[in-house]
Write a protein of this length. Structure first.
Length: 727
C-alpha cells in the first residue's frame, strides 16, 4: 500500500502541474491516501486472496498452501512496483532534469536570454540627454546611475547593473520586449533629462515589457539644486517599488530618502569621477581621483565621494600601476572616512573587503563582502569580487561559481563577470563550458582584453598549446598594453616555449610598467624563473626575495631549495612559518584550496628537519584534496600527484602519473618542475623520466616554430615596443 501510495503521489506531483490543476487536488489525493490506509489494513486482516477470489479469513483452511502462494504473488507484485518506482525516480531526477540543466548552461552562454522573467525585476535604461547643450550628457548619465543605485537598495527587487544596461543607450536600441528578454527582467524604466538654466526636467516611465504597457509615468520639473535632484531620485525609486508591489522596509525607505550632498558642484564632480571610474583604464583612474578629490574639497561631508576615491586607488593597485602600500593606505583612509560619515554604505564595505583582500586578510575580506551584500543585495560588483576572492585565493570554486552566477543575473552583459564564470567552470574541470564563456565574453565586448588572456591560459593549461596561448595573449596586450600582468603572462608562456630572449623583453616591460604590488610579484617570479633557466642563481634569488617581500604567502621553490642545499633546514622551515603558519600548528593542520601547494612544498622541508610524521600527514591531506580537482586548468592539480609519489619514495607510481599527465596535455610549467624541483630529484636519473622531458622539449620546439612561422607570414603581430606605454 505504501509503495503504491508513494508512486501515485510522485506521479501526481509531476502530472498535475502540467494539467494546470489547482494545488488543492494534490492535497486531496494525499489526504485520501492517508485516510485509506486504515481501511486497507482492516481489509488485509479480515480477508484472504485465493484462486477462487477474495474470501473471509476464517473461511480459508490454514492447512492449504494458499497463503504461501499468495505471498509469492504479492512478492512479485511488490518487486514490480519497486521497479516501476525506481524507473520513475531515475527518469524524474535525471532524464527530465537534463533539459533545465541545459537551459541553465544556455542562459550562462547568452546571459539573460533564458532567465525566467520575474514580476519584481527591472532594468533601468540609460536616460536620454535632451538638454540644449550636448555637453550635459554626463549629467543625464549621472542621474541614471543614481536612480539605478537608489532602486538597487530595494532588497525585494531584482535590479540589473549598470554595465549591462549601458549598451542600450541611444535611439537605435532594440524594442523593449527584446531588451527585457536579453536582460532577464519583466519591467523596464526609461527616462530623459533636460537642463535649462537653473531648471531641470526629468521624465520617467515604467513599462511592463512583455505587453509594452505603461505601469507608471511621471515628469519632475524642479529648480536645479542638489536637494531637489536627490528628492526626485528618491521619489522615482519609491514609485517603482509601489508599482511593482515590492516590499520596502523602513530602513530602506530611510536610505532612499537620504540626501548625500546639498552641494551641486560637488555632486557634478562626483558624477564625472564615477564616469571615469567606469572606464577602468589607467589614465581614466587618475582622472577619477582628481574629480573625487575636487568633490570632497567642495563638500567634505559627501560620503559617496570618499567611496569613489577609495575605489580608484584600489583599482590602481589591482592593475599594478600604483604601489600597494601607498595605494592601499590612501584607499583605507578614504573608505574609513566614508563609513564615519555613513556606516550603511554597502559600497564602502565592498571597498574595505577589496583592501583587506589585497593585504592578505582573507577572512576579514570575506566578512566585509557579506556585510556589503546585506546592505546592498543587488550590488553585482560585490558578488563579482567576493567570488573572485573564493576562487583566486581560497580555492572554493563551487561557492565562487554560485556567486558569479548571481552577479551574472544582475549584470548579464558584463564581459568581466562572464569571463570570471568561465574561470570558475575551468577550475571545476568543465573545460568546454569554460571556453564557451570566454568566447561569449568577446561576443558581448570584443574589446575586453582580459578575455583574450583567459583564452590564452585555457590553451596553455588545458590543451598544452602554448603557441595558441601566445597568439591570444598578444591580442589581449594589443588592446590593453598598459596592464603589467598581461605582459608578464606572455613572458611566462614564451619561457616555457624556450624563447628566453623574447620572454625577457616582455617581463622587463612588465616590471617597468608595474608598481610594487601584487601583479609586480608575478613579473618578479617570471624574472626569477628566467634567470634560473639561464643558470644565474644569484640573480634568480634576488628576484625571488623581492617577490616574497611583495607577497609573503608566495614562497618560490628556489628559496626553499637554496636553503636545503646549504643544509639550513631551519631557515627553510622559517619561510613557511611566515607564509603558512596554519600548516605547522600542532594537531591536525587544515589543507585546503588556499594552501595545498605549499603543504607539498613544506613536506620536503619537514622530512629534512626530522618531522617525517608531520610531513606524511601534509602529503596525505594534500593527496586527498587534489582528488577533488581536475588535473588540467590554471587551478588544476597539474603533477601534484607525481610530486607526492616521489616524496613518498614510490618512483614507479610517480613515473606512471607523469606519463598520464603528459598524455592528457599537461605542459605548464613543465621546465620548472621537471628540471629544478627538488621534490623530483629521485626521478632525474630514470631513463623514462629523461625520455619524457625530451618529448616535451620536442613538442615545445615544434610549437615555437609555429609561432615564428605565423610571425613571418604576418598572421601573428606582437604589439610594437615602440608603441608600448611608458611607466
Amino acid at each position: 500500500y505504501a509503495i503504491v501510495a508513494w508512486l501515485l503521489i510522485e506521479v501526481a506531483s509531476v502530472i498535475f502541474p502540467g494539467l494546470h490543476l489547482p494545488d488543492w487536488t494534490l492535497t486531496f489525493l494525499i489526504i485520501a491516501i492517508l485516510a485509506g490506509f486504515p481501511l486497507a489494513l482492516i481489509f488485509a486482516w479480515a480477508f484472504e486472496l485465493t484462486p477462487e477470489g477474495i474470501k473471509r479469513e476464517h473461511e480459508v483452511d490454514p492447512a492449504e498452501p494458499i497463503r504461501r502462494l499468495t505471498g509469492r504473488k504479492l512478492d512479485f507484485a511488490i518487486i514490480g512496483l519497486l521497479a516501476i518506482a525506481l524507473i520513475f525516480v531515475v527518469v524524474d531526477n535525471y532524464v527530465l532534469e537534463s533539459e533545465p540543466e541545459q537551459a541553465e548552461v544556455a542562459a550562462e552562454q547568452a546571459p539573460g536570454a533564458e532567465l525566467v522573467e520575474r514580476e519584481k525585476s527591472i532594468a533601468v535604461l540609460p536616460f536620454a540627454n535632451i538638454s540644449p547643450d550636448p555637453k550635459d550628457a554626463y549629467f543625464a548619465d549621472g542621474i541614471h546611475d543614481e536612480v539605478l543605485a537608489q532602486i538597487s537598495k530595494i532588497r525585494d527587487l531584482k535590479v540589473i547593473s549598470r554595465t549591462s544596461v549601458m549598451g542600450y543607450s541611444g535611439r537605435n536600441r532594440p524594442p523593449l520586449p527584446e531588451i527585457a528578454a536579453a536582460l532577464g527582467v519583466a519591467n523596464v524604466l526609461e527616462g530623459s533629462v533636460r537642463l535649462a538654466g537653473d531648471q531641470v526636467r526629468i521624465t520617467t516611465q515604467l513599462i511592463e515589457a512583455r505587453s509594452d504597457t505603461h505601469l507608471w509615468t511621471e515628469t519632475y520639473d524642479r529648480e536645479l539644486t542638489a536637494a531637489n535632484i536627490f528628492a526626485i531620485q528618491s521619489e522615482i525609486a519609491t514609485a517603482v517599488a509601489e508599482a511593482l508591489r515590492a516590499a520596502l522596509s523602513p530602513e530602506e525607505q530611510e536610505r532612499i530618502a537620504s540626501v548625500p550632498t546639498e552641494n551641486l558642484a560637488a555632486y557634478e564632480a562626483y558624477l564625472l569621477g564615477r564616469q571615469r571610474l567606469a572606464r577602468e583604464t589607467t589614465a581614466a583612474l587618475v582622472e577619477a581621483v582628481d574629480y573625487f578629490q575636487q568633490s570632497i574639497k567642495l563638500d567634505p561631508g559627501f560620503a559617496l565621494a570618499y567611496v569613489g576615491l577609495a575605489d580608484s586607488y584600489v583599482l590602481q593597485v589591482y592593475y599594478g600601476v600604483l604601489a600597494s602600500e601607498e595605494g592601499l593606505a590612501e584607499a583605507q583612509a578614504a573608505a574609513d572616512k566614508a563609513l564615519a560619515l555613513d556606516d550603511r554604505l554597502g559600497e564602502a564595505y565592498n571597498t574595505l573587503a577589496g583592501i583587506k583582500n589585497e593585504k592578505g586578510d582573507l577572512e576579514g575580506a570575506e566578512a566585509m563582502f557579506r556585510h556589503a551584500l546585506e546592505l546592498k543585495p543587488n550590488y553585482a560588483t560585490a558578488y563579482y569580487w567576493y567570488g573572485h576572492l573564493l576562487s583566486e585565493f581560497l580555492g572554493r570554486y563551487e561557492e565562487a561559481l554560485a556567486l558569479h552566477r548571481k552577479a551574472a543575473e544582475l549584470d548579464p552583459l558584463s564581459a568581466s563577470i562572464i569571463t570570471e564564470l568561465g574561470g570558475d567552470l575551468e577550475s571545476l574541470g568543465r573545460f568546454d563550458e569554460a571556453l564557451a564563456r570566454y568566447q561569449r565574453a568577446l561576443e558581448v565586448d570584443p574589446g575586453y582584453a582580459s578575455a583574450y588572456i583567459y583564452i590564452g591560459y585555457y590553451h596553455a593549461f588545458v590543451s598544452g598549446r602554448l603557441d595558441e596561448a601566445v597568439i591570444w595573449c598578444a591580442k589581449g596586450i594589443s588592446l590593453d598594453p598598459g596592464t603589467p600582468r598581461k605582459l608578464a603572462f606572455l613572458g611566462l608562456h614564451l619561457l616555457d616555449l624556450g624563447d628566453f630572449d623574447r620572454a625577457e623583453s616582455w617581463i622587463e616591460r612588465s616590471l617597468e610598467l608595474g608598481a610594487e604590488g601584487f601583479w609586480s610579484n608575478t613579473a618578479m617570479l617570471a624574472m626569477h624563473t628566467l634567470h634560473l633557466y639561464r643558470g644565474d642563481e644569484a640573480a634568480a634569488l634576488a628576484y625571488a626575495r623581492r617577490a616574497v617581500a611583495l607577497d609573503p604567502r608566495s614562497v618560490p621553490l628556489l628559496l626553499r631549495d637554496h636553503e636545503l642545499r646549504a643544509g639550513r633546514y631551519s631557515e627553510a622551515r622559517a619561510l613557511y612559518e611566515k607564509s603558512h603558519p596554519e600548516l605547522l600548528t600542532e594537531g591536525e593542520p587544515t589543507v585546503d584550496g588556499s594552501n595545498w601547494r605549499a603543504a607539498i612544498d613544506l613536506a620536503l622541508v619537514l622530512s629534512k628537519t626530522g618531522e617525517q610524521e608531520h610531513a606524511d600527514l601534509l602529503l596525505n591531506r594534500s593527496f586527498q584534496h587534489i582528488q577533488t580537482l581536475p588535473r588540467l586548468g590554471s587551478y588544476g592539480s597539474g603533477i601534484a600527484d607525481v610530486r607526492i609519489y616521489a616524496l613518498r619514495g614510490d618512483k614507479q607510481k610517480a613515473l606512471s602519473a607523469l606519463r598520464q599527465a603528459i598524455d592528457e596535455g599537461w605542459r605548464v610549467p613543465w621546465r620548472y618542475f621537471l628540471e629544478h624541483d627538488s621534490a623530483l630529484e629521485s626521478l632525474h636519473d630514470e631513463p623514462e623520466f629523461q625520455a619524457m622531458i625530451a618529448e616535451i622539449e620536442a613538442d615545445m620546439a615544434t610549437q615555437l616554430e609555429r609561432v615564428r612561422e605565423m610571425e613571418r607570414r604576418g598572421e601573428l603581430v606582437f604589439p610594437s615596443e615602440q608603441n608600448a606605454p611608458t611607466p
